[in-house]
Design a protein around this ligand. Structure first.
Ligand code: TRP
Length: 334
């Protein structure tokens, strides 16, 4: 496929091995965009430093995120894959942008507000356990994006507000200095907004309801078997759209299979146990080769380091001239 000149950029926060919710919400759409755009996909390891306090863990989580991208099919010869912390220009731009970010905008950030609300509800001091890095997280994210002249940013719905903040800050800056920064667009897939976890709530590590994609087969089978359903017997008609198993299944099976299953739900004759087994097999087919690749990469972190170093060099080649434009615009030595 002919690629566009335009840039797609996204960050995969290093928070642990990916699950189906991550895959459908953010990874898969990003992989698809990488076919069409010049893609810059990076690991925001300094964002993770707002919460991760263990040196080994941060290093390892960063490798996991890198291996995830590559195992799922990103080709480092075509996609620029890098570590945020390897790009010093990001942090300089973050400072510049912070001078154009209204504090009120950050006060209203959902992620920050959620912690404040929690503190207040528990009778603690408002800003208990909130470091400034957590507060200014959206500014660093804006720098990640704006430093590369990014056009599109594939993200999950939870990042929508962060993209609005990025655009707001960029527009403020451009309003003063002219068209220096490219205004990015979020790309959010509405149809995969909420992938249910095995308990029916949104799939999220913090709810402990995830189905991992790279874990050994038995660790995939276990949560699949535990997906909550109602207690209808096989012969009873069922509502596919109220079923957590079907909600996941429909994203992996082909259209004909999904239609046939829908029919079977409605007519009766489907056992949840069978449906879960089929979902499991589908996940095995989808991910088993990728899981092997992931494990091989995690056993060869030198290779990952090489890929990341190479990516950083290519990324900086794009970033440096854009930062120079910003420096010139504001009137520091360029
Ligand atoms: N905040 C994003 C998340 O939690 C990760 C991220 C950091 C990001 N910088 C980014 C995503 C830039 C897209 C673009 O998932």
């Amino acid at each position: 496929m002919e690629k566009l000149e335009q840039i797609a950029l996204t960050g995969l926060k290093p928070t642990g091995p990916p699950h189906i919710g991550n895959y459908l919400g953010m990874l898969k759409p990003s992989l698809e965009l990488a076919e069409k755009f010049q893609a810059l996909y990076f690991i925001p390891d300094y964002h993770a430093l707002t919460t991760v306090r263990n040196r080994k863990e941060l290093t390892n989580l960063t490798y996991q995120a890198t291996a995830t991208w590559i195992a799922l099919g990103l080709n480092p010869d075509e996609v620029i894959i890098y570590r945020q912390s390897d790009i010093p220009e990001v942090f300089e731009l973050a400072w510049v942008l912070s001078c154009f970010t209204a504090k009120g905008l950050l006060n209203r950030s959902h992620a920050y507000k959620a912690i404040v609300d929690d503190n207040v509800a528990e009778g603690r001091e408002e800003d208990k356990n909130i470091n400034i890095g957590l507060f200014t997280y959206p500014v660093l994210m804006a720098a990640d994006i704006l430093l590369f002249g990014t056009h599109v940013v594939p993200v999950g719905l939870d990042q929508k507000q962060h993209l609005e903040i990025t655009r707001d800050v960029a527009l403020t800056f451009n309003g003063i200095y002219g068209n220096v920064l490219t205004i990015p667009e979020a790309v959010i897939r509405e149809e995969v907004m909420t992938i249910p976890g095995i308990d029916g709530r949104k799939m999220s590590k913090s709810y402990n309801n995830v189905i991992p994609i790279f874990a050994p087969s038995n660790e995939v089978l276990k949560p699949v078997k535990r997906i909550v359903t109602d207690s209808k017997r096989p012969e009873e008609p069922k509502d596919p759209d109220a079923c957590n198993v079907f909600a996941i299944y429909q994203h992996f099976a082909d259209a004909d299979a999904v239609a046939a299953k829908r029919q079977l739900y409605l007519e009766g004759g489907l056992a949840y146990g069978t449906m879960k087994q089929e979902l499991f097999e589908l996940l095995e087919t989808t991910f088993s080769d990728k899981r092997d690749r992931y494990n091989a990469l995690m056993d060869n972190t030198d290779e990952l380091d090489r890929i990341l170093a190479d990516g950083a060099e290519k990324a900086r080649a794009i970033a440096i001239p854009i930062l120079a434009k910003v420096r010139k615009a504001v009137g520091v030595r360029s």
